[in-house]
Design a protein around this ligand. Structure first.
Ligand SMILES: Cc1cc2nc3c(=O)[nH]c(=O)nc-3n(C[C@H](O)[C@H](O)[C@H](O)COP(=O)(O)OP(=O)(O)OC[C@H]3O[C@@H](n4cnc5c(N)ncnc54)[C@H](O)[C@@H]3O)c2cc1C
Ligand SMILES: NC(=O)c1ccc[n+]([C@@H]2O[C@H](COP(=O)([O-])OP(=O)(O)OC[C@H]3O[C@@H](n4cnc5c(N)ncnc54)[C@H](O)[C@@H]3O)[C@@H](O)[C@H]2O)c1
Length: 474
C-alpha cells in the first residue's frame, strides 16, 4: 500500500548539500522530507573527505618519524599495521556519523525515508512505497566516480573512492589513474604508508592549480618515491599473473611502456548522479554533465532546485553546503540566490598542501588591465625554519591599487592559512588591510603579511621625501 505524504520541502539525497538544507529548513519549522538511498552523510562522510583525510593523517605520522632525526630524535622506522589504519578510518567515520544520522534528523523533525527517489511527475516523487508531493523539491544526489573507457578494465577488480577505504591490507603497488586531487592525495598517503605508487595522468597533475605552486607538490611526491607519468594515454590494462595488473601506456613522444602493479585506483573525475531519477517526468533538463540550473539554482521546473555535485559545478563539500544555504532563501523567503564562485576556496590535502581562493592569475589578468603579483617564500619564515618545513610560497594577486583578487598558498598548513583570505576577498579588502593586521610571531601565516608589505617595495621616493621634510621640524 502506498503511503501519501504532503510536505513543504522534499530533499533528495542526504549528503553534504541535502543534510545542510534539511537541518536549516527544520530550524525554521518547515515540514521537510529527506530521502536517501545509501548511507546517511553521502560521499564526504563515507567515501570522500572524511576517510581520505583520516588516511592522510595516519600517513603523516610516518613522515614525522622520517623527519625526526633532523630534530635530533631517533624514532626508528615506521611499522605500519594497515588493518589498524583501516580501523582508525572507520572510527573517525563512526565519530562523525551521529551528526548526519537518521536519528538526529528525525529528532530535528525531518521525515527521513531510506529509499531511492524518482519523480512521478512535476509535483511528486516516489520513494519505495511512499509518494511525496511537495511545494518545492531540491535534488542533491551528488556524484559517482567517472570510470574511463579503457580496454580490459571491466574484467579487473579496480578500486574507486567507494571501495578504497574498505581495504584492510596495504596494496603492494598501487597504480593511480588520474592525477587530480583524489589521485595525488591518495598517492602520497599510500606511498608514505609503504606502497609502491605510480600515477598515470593523461595531462598534467593537479591541473586545477597553477603549476608555479602545484610543482612544489609534484616534486615532493616524486622525492618521496611516487612515480608520476604525465601526458600519458592508457591503451589497455590486463591481469598479470595471479595477483598483478599491467597497464600499457603511450607517452607523448609516442613511446610505449608497461606499468606493473597489484591494484588500480580510478581517480579520473566525477559523474553527476542524474540517472534513475526520472527527471524527464519532472520537466528537469539534464545531461551527463549534470542537472541544468540557472544562476538561481532553479531547474526548468520552477518547483525544483538542484545543489551540490549533481549540477556538475565545483565538487566540494563546502560548496555543496554553501549552495544548500543559499537555496533556502528562495525556498523560504522568495529572495533570489546567487552563488559567488569567485569566493570559493579549495585545498588539496597533500603535503605540502595547496590552497587557493579568488581569481586565478590567468583569470585576474583577463579581467583586469593591470594586476600586481606579490610573492613571499615560506623559506624566509622563522617558524617554518624552526619546524624545518621551508617548502612553499604565498602568492597574492591584486589590482593596481592593491585590492586582493586571488591568493594561492603552497605550504604544510596552507589549508588553515587560506582562511583569512577567504574573508578578505568576500569583504573586498586591500593589501593595506593585510599589512595592518598584527599577527602572532612566529607563525607561518606571517608570509602573507610579508607578501602584502612587498606591495610598497621599494618605498616610494615621495614617502622618503616626506619623512625627510618632516624631520626638519624637530
Ligand atoms: C576521495 C574524495 C575526497 C574528497 N575530499 C574532499 C575534501 O577534502 N574537501 C571537499 O570539500 N570535498 C571533497 N570531496 C568532494 C565531496 O565529497 C563532494 O563534493 C560532496 O560530498 C558533494 O556533496 P553532495 O551533497 O552534492 O553529494 P553527496 O555527498 O554525494 O550526497 C548525495 C547523496 O544522494 C544520495 N542519492 C543519490 N541518488 C539518490 C536517489 N535517487 N534517491 C535518494 N538518494 C539518492 C546518495 O546516496 C548520496 O548519499 C572529496 C571527494 C572524494 C571522492
Ligand atoms: N581536497 C579536496 O577538496 C578534494 C579532494 C579530493 C577530491 N575532491 C573533489 O572531487 C572531485 C574529483 O576529484 P578527481 O581527482 O577524481 O577528479 P579531477 O577531475 O579533479 O581529476 C581527474 C584527473 O584525471 C585525469 N584523467 C581523466 N581521465 C584519464 C585517463 N583516462 N587516463 C589518465 N588520466 C585521466 C584528468 O586529466 C584529471 O587530471 C574534484 O573535482 C575535487 O573537487 C576534492
Amino acid at each position: 500500500m502506498t503511503e501519501e505524504i504532503k510536505t513543504d520541502i522534499c530533499v533528495i539525497g542526504a549528503g553534504s548539500a541535502g543534510l545542510t538544507l534539511a537541518a536549516a529548513a527544520s530550524a525554521f519549522d518547515v515540514p521537510t522530507v529527506l530521502i536517501e538511498t545509501g548511507r546517511m552523510g553521502g560521499d564526504c562522510l563515507n567515501y570522500g573527505c572524511v576517510p581520505s583525510k583520516a588516511l592522510i593523517a595516519a600517513a603523516r605520522h610516518v613522515a614525522h618519524l622520517r623527519e625526526a632525526p633532523a630534530f635530533g630524535i631517533k624514532a626508528g622506522s615506521a611499522d605500519v599495521d594497515f588493518a589498524a589504519v583501516h580501523a582508525h578510518i572507520r572510527s573517525v567515520i563512526a565519530a562523525i556519523a551521529p551528526n548526519d544520522s537518521q536519528e538526529r534528523f528525525t529528532g530535528l523533525g525531518v521525515r527521513v525515508i531510506r529509499e531511492r527517489a524518482s519523480f512521478l511527475d512535476r509535483r511528486a516523487v516516489i520513494a519505495g512505497e511512499t509518494r511525496i508531493s511537495a511545494r518545492r523539491f531540491v535534488i542533491a544526489t551528488g556524484s559517482s566516480p567517472q570510470v574511463p573507457d579503457i580496454e580490459g578494465l571491466d574484467g579487473l577488480d579496480y578500486l574507486t573512492n567507494e571501495s578504497l577505504f574498505d581495504l584492510t591490507k596495504l596494496p603492494t603497488h598501487l597504480i593511480v589513474i588520474g592525477g587530480g586531487p583524489v589521485g595525488m592525495e591518495m598517492a602520497q598517503a599510500f606511498r608514505r604508508l609503504g606502497s609502491e605508487v605510480s600515477v598515470l595522468e593523461r595531462g598534467h597533475v593537479l591541473s586545477h592549480d597553477d603549476p608555479e605552486l602545484s610543482d612544489h607538490v609534484r616534486r615532493r611526491l616524486v622525492a618521496e618515491g611516487v612515480t608520476i607519468h604525465e601526458e600519458t594515454e592508457i591503451s589497455r590494462v590486463a591481469r598479470r599473473g595471479r595477483y598483478g595488473v599491467r597497464v600499457h601506456i603511450r607517452k607523448a613522444d609516442g613511446s610505449e611502456e608497461a606499468v606493473d602493479g597489484t591494484q588500480i585506483l580510478i581517480a579520473t573525475g566525477r559523474r553527476p548522479n542524474v540517472g534513475r531519477l526520472d527527471l524527464d517526468k519532472a520537466g528537469v533538463d539534464f545531461d551527463e554533465t549534470g542537472i541544468k540550473v540557472g544562476a538561481d539554482l532553479r531547474t526548468r521546473n520552477r518547483r525544483v532546485y538542484a545543489v551540490g555535485d549533481v549540477t556538475g559545478g565545483p565538487n566540494f563539500t563546502h560548496w555543496a553546503g554553501y549552495e544548500a544555504g543559499l537555496v533556502l532563501r528562495p525556498l523560504l523567503f522568495r529572495i533570489g540566490a546567487r552563488p559567488k564562485p569567485d569566493l570559493l576556496p579549495w585545498v588539496t590535502y597533500t603535503d605540502p598542501e595547496l590552497a587557493h581562493v579568488g581569481l586565478t592569475l590567468q583569470e585576474a589578468e583577463r579581467r583586469h588591465r593591470h594586476v600586481r603579483v606579490l610573492r613571499w617564500p615560506v623559506a624566509e619564515n622563522d617558524r617554518a625554519r624552526a619546524e624545518r618545513q621551508t617548502e612553499g610560497l604565498i602568492r597574492l594577486v591584486t589590482t593596481r591599487r592593491g585590492r586582493l583578487l586571488g591568493v594561492d598558498i603552497v605550504a604544510r598548513n596552507a589549508g588553515e592559512m587560506i582562511a583569512p583570505y577567504a574573508l578578505a576577498l568576500s569583504k573586498r579588502l586591500n593589501v593595506r588591510d593585510m599589512m595592518g593586521m598584527i599577527l602572532p610571531y612566529p607563525t607561518v601565516s606571517e608570509v602573507g603579511k610579508r607578501a602584502a608589505t612587498s606591495f610598497y617595495a621599494p618605498i616610494p621616493n615621495k614617502a622618503k621625501a616626506l619623512a625627510r621634510f618632516l624631520r626638519r621640524f624637530g
